[in-house]
Design a binder for this molecule. Structure first.
Ligand SMILES: [Fe+2]
Length: 158
């Protein structure tokens, strides 16, 4: 099993364990599952196009909402997920320290859509918005709309 599939498998098992917790959630777990499955696919393509590491970009995108999965809360979920995500990634035993920091930092910074970050961070942010767009979510924030327009232009889409 490749590392993206492995991490999706582990994350879906983790989510399955959460289904019994009964905590209140800003988003249903069904959305988390869909987002974990589809957003990394676009991330991989975007990374290939930009000459970035497709595997790392796709994995960072798969786990970017870990904070919301853990706490159920949307507010500050990116920052809240940083430490738990690092610990969880360590436990998987399939990443080195450098990779863990890149992935966890991309998750931590993904809500700052108005800022430009590292190559992996930018792919996570762009893929997050594109995935929401592809699932029919309204893209209402101005900086999100700008990002979506930028990616569409990059892909020569109208
Ligand atoms: Fe998020």
């Amino acid at each position: 099993m490749n590392r993206l599939s492995k991490i999706q498998d582990l994350l879906l098992k983790y989510i399955y364990e959460q289904t019994e917790s009964g905590i209140e959630r800003s988003y249903p777990l069904s959305w988390e599952i869909v987002h974990i499955a589809s957003a990394p696919q676009f991330a991989q393509l975007l990374a290939e196009k930009r000459g970035s590491d497709p595997e790392l970009a796709a994995i960072a995108t798969a786990v970017h909402d870990f904070g919301r999965v853990v706490t159920g809360i949307q507010e500050n979920h990116a920052e809240a997920g940083y430490i738990p995500l690092k610990e969880w990634l360590h436990q998987t035993g399939i990443f080195n320290e450098k990779e863990i920091e890149i992935i966890a930092r991309a998750s931590k910074n993904h809500s700052s859509k108005e800022e430009v970050g590292t190559a992996v961070e930018e792919i996570v942010k762009d893929s997050d918005i594109v995935d929401c767009y592809l699932h029919g979510h309204p893209i209402t924030k101005e900086n999100h709309r700008r990002r979506l327009a930028k990616v569409k232009k990059e892909l020569h889409l109208p």
